[in-house]
Ligand binder design. Sequence first.
Ligand SMILES: Cc1cc2nc3c(=O)[nH]c(=O)nc-3n(C[C@H](O)[C@H](O)[C@H](O)COP(=O)(O)OP(=O)(O)OC[C@H]3O[C@@H](n4cnc5c(N)ncnc54)[C@H](O)[C@@H]3O)c2cc1C
Length: 395
Amino acid sequence: MIDRTGKDCTGCYACVSACPKACIRMEENKEGFWYPKIQKEQCVKCNLCEKACPVLSKIPNHKTEKDIHVYAVTHTNEKTRTASSSGGAFSALAETVLEQGGVVFGAAFDENYAVHHIFVEEVEDLSKLRGSKYVQSRIGKAYEQAEAFLKEGRPVLFSGTACQTSGLLGYLGRDYENLYTQDLICHGVPSPMVWRKYLEYRQTLERSKIKKIFFRDKGHGWHNWHLAIDFENGTHYAQSQFQDKMIVSYLRGKCSRLSCYDCKFKQKCRTADFTLADFWGIQDFAPELDDDKGISSCYVNSEKAQLLFERAKIHLKVTELDFNMAVSGNLAMIESEHLPENRNDFLKEMKRKPFEMAYGKCIDEMSFGTKIRWGMRRLLGNKQYDALKALGKRK
Ligand SMILES: Cc1cc2nc3c(=O)[nH]c(=O)nc-3n(C[C@H](O)[C@H](O)[C@H](O)COP(=O)(O)OP(=O)(O)OC[C@H]3O[C@@H](n4cnc5c(N)ncnc54)[C@H](O)[C@@H]3O)c2cc1C
């Protein structure tokens, strides 16, 4: 049964979606990740869950490196490019599919800034999907919805991490001429529990609810990207990837899903039609293309994808580059992130304590003074703490 996947389970929802008895549901574990739980009494042992699972069953893939073309691309619309994580390759592919009456699936924030897969049918709604959200996205019913559109004959672009696009292929169990899958070079997916705690921490600090989040703000350049947050009270937070505590936790590998440290989907020849990433290394390979405003690498992995890419070119500036050179600049294509020693302790602490305490203990030890200040703020609440501080200053 599907629970054989153990630590390799990616939480992709293929098993949940495939079960004809609807007897598998996702439950959040102590680390904040979803794992399938089977209602054993209702299970008829049909094994469709195992067949759909992209970890237990191999997804057919006949591609070779020769078939793949790699392009450095930037969107011609500067606003779209700025709002995208790298060069806006995703938006160009998505626009092309929508222009053909198609449907695009991708990751979006909900009203609480949790991340879910949704679909859009209008170009104006693409902004919901645009931009990386560095937290695991919940697939929910997206595979079933995509299948319904495919059966209607509408073109579908399904964008997600490689485990998610493979999960879709596993669930569908066959290829569709009108389906385009697009995966990413992926560092790993952070825990939704850590993300919730981080949001709580930021809102407590700013004393305001969040209005807008942008993971990849390029105000200081694409290479030096910042996580930026607008708050309802008008304040603005932006901190670099080297300083923001959520991003530092993520990039140091402290909060990714266990399966990410030994990712089964890291390979040069992907099952997806397209693979997108930041074109890291472009400053060395083709410095004339790097204006520090963001550039995507777009791996076109299949003939079908090449046809769509040719149409998408009306939205793009394109330069073809060498496949192995591109991979050498972005080894996350083939290598999983390293599992750091105290990753489990960090997540245990995070479950029990406020974000800043867990971060202080496992990543960046807080000074004694900061610990006291945080403890008092928690104990007294913001208003009383500020009053006490003001009193201290007057003395
Ligand atoms: C979790 C994660 C880790 C990544 N790690 C790396 C990395 O190590 N190296 C690298 O070069 N690039 C990485 N990327 C890819 C990079 O951040 C850009 O998404 C990519 O360069 C495409 O950018 P774009 O400008 O074309 O489009 P954008 O508009 O920025 O891309 C948006 C697309 O990403 C999808 N997406 C956003 N968040 C998620 C999510 N949480 N789960 C699934 N899909 C999502 C959206 O659905 C949309 O299709 C990662 C992306 C994600 C989501």
